[in-house]
Design a protein around this ligand. Structure first.
Ligand SMILES: Nc1ncnc2c1ncn2[C@@H]1O[C@H](COP(=O)(O)OP(=O)(O)OP(=O)(O)O)[C@@H](O)[C@H]1O
Ligand SMILES: [Mg+2]
Length: 245
């Protein structure tokens, strides 16, 4: 399993005096935020406050209206395979098998192109890792919603990105599946060193997954005490976050 445990250093992502929005319509202004290498930053805030806009900006998909967005001190110039994206709606190719979907990012990008046999091996190892070892030949529609999110996770991490940007990836799942996915995410991230920005509506999810929680409406960033424990997230901190939303 050497392919899975080879680490790359996580990226440091920084927003400096950033103004975010769409076609001149400003959503957030004066955003200053640094996500340290290897850190998991969760982002919470009311609907429409700009969480997805922030994530798209960090991905390099949406240029800021002002200020700078940097990776390791250099301005972003656009989307980059260094930064993988995971959305709530799975973006799997419906006509490709699960394994082919996971292989896809390994086949594109100059520095990432791997020989076919190696791509296959990496994809199969990642599918094992997310609990889908027996599902490699299925099509996405033959999987449950939770299983499709497992495939998305495998696909995002198989390419060994230096940052993973996740926009409410578990938002559509039932409570039990969601808790399983949260545990799986902690488990699979542990070996990667990747920096993670994880957007969620769920304060308990934010506290469970995050090293720090950014409250987008207020601009605060709250450190989360460790060790992670789903049943004992500190009541005061939880209430403070809920009150500010
Ligand atoms: N492509 C777009 N063009 C114009 N305005 C947009 C576009 N996408 C989002 N907006 C607007 O930008 C604001 C922030 O939207 P965004 O999707 O970032 O919010 P959000 O915090 O992710 O909300 P939710 O929690 O509902 O997902 C909203 O007012 C929204 O209407
Ligand atoms: Mg959103």
């Amino acid at each position: 399993m050497t392919t899975l445990t080879t680490q790359k250093p996580g990226a440091t992502l920084a927003l400096r005096g950033v103004r975010l929005g769409h076609r001149g319509n400003v959503v957030l202004d004066g955003v200053d935020l640094t996500v340290e290498a290897g850190e998991v930053l969760t982002v919470v805030g009311p609907s429409g406050c700009g969480k997805s806009t922030l994530l798209r900006t960090l991905a390099g998909l949406l240029p800021p209206l002002g200020g700078t967005v940097e990776q390791d001190g250099r301005p972003l110039t656009g989307p980059d395979a260094d930064r993988a994206l995971v959305f709530q709606d799975d973006a799997l190719l419906p006509w490709r098998t699960v394994r082919a979907n996971v292989e896809l990012p390994l086949a594109i990008g100059r520095s990432r192109r791997l020989p076919r046999a190696e791509r296959r091996q990496v994809a199969e190892e990642w599918l094992e890792r997310v609990g889908l070892g027996g599902h490699a030949h299925r099509l996405p529609h033959q999987l449950s919603g939770g299983q499709r999110q497992r495939v998305q996770l495998a696909r995002a991490l198989a390419a060994r990105p230096r940052a993973v940007l996740m926009d409410e990836p578990f938002g559509a799942l039932d409570a039990q599946t969601r808790a399983e996915m949260q545990d799986l995410l902690v488990d699979v991230l542990a070996g990667t060193g990747a920096t993670v920005v994880f957007v969620t509506h769920d304060v308990d999810e934010a506290l469970f997954l995050g090293d720090r929680v950014a409250l987008l409406g207020t601009g605060e960033v709250v450190p989360v005490p460790h060790p992670r424990d789903r049943d004992s997230s500190p009541a005061g901190l939880r209430q403070q976050i809920i009150n500010s939303l």
